[in-house]
Write a protein that binds this ligand. Structure first.
Ligand SMILES: CC(C)(COP(=O)(O)OP(=O)(O)OC[C@H]1O[C@@H](n2cnc3c(N)ncnc32)[C@H](O)[C@@H]1OP(=O)(O)O)[C@@H](O)C(=O)NCCC(=O)NCCS
Length: 147
């Protein structure tokens, strides 16, 4: 993701979430590649999806992932998530976590396909709507538990 992608990213973000990230939220992460990794999916030059990771030490948090509605269910979310996981492994990250609305079964299914497990619930996590979040984690990316 580069700054020139941000208007299209924010347009998708705004259509996807009731309390979308602003352009400056994305900008502030892009300015810190030492702890933030953001990707876009492009169809020719058009942004059709994006995903982001915030990381430090051996932990990473997936901050957002969204695909433009007309491109849903074409494997694009999977490709972005796979790239985030591959980057995380290369960076030495051991555990990934994320929050997802408890009623967002599409996203939960996507994360489950990649091995994420529900480890807890945050009641009223989304303050503006009062919705609950599941915390989902992917453990042991470095395969250390197998040794
Ligand atoms: C969740 C989201 C990113 C999935 O992206 P996508 O590109 O459509 O996902 P994929 O095509 O790679 O699908 C991967 C898996 O996700 C699950 N999935 C995706 N859409 C689904 C749906 N409508 N219903 C049920 N499961 C779904 C399935 O397990 C699917 O695997 P399958 O096709 O083999 O059954 C997309 O629906 C989206 O952008 N939603 C709005 C934003 C959002 O909710 N982001 C997550 C915030 S935590």
């Amino acid at each position: 993701m580069q700054k020139n992608h941000l208007d299209e990213v924010v347009a998708i973000e705004t259509r996807s979430f009731p309390t979308p990230w602003t352009k400056s939220s994305f900008e502030s992460h892009l300015e810190h590649p030492e702890f933030a990794y953001y990707l876009v999916a492009l169809d020719n030059e058009k942004v059709i999806g994006y995903a982001g990771l915030f990381f430090g030490g051996d932990q990473g948090q997936i901050t957002n992932i969204s695909i433009s509605q007309t491109y849903h269910r074409q494997g694009i979310g999977s490709r972005l998530l796979r790239s985030i996981i591959e980057f995380s492994i290369a960076k030495g990250i051991v555990h990934l976590s994320l929050e997802v609305r408890t009623d967002n079964k599409s996203a939960q299914n996507l994360y489950s396909k990649f091995g994420f497990k529900i480890v807890g619930t945050r009641k009223g996590y989304y303050q503006e709507t009062g919705e609950d979040a599941y915390v989902m984690c992917l453990f042991d990316l470095q395969g250390e538990d197998d040794q």
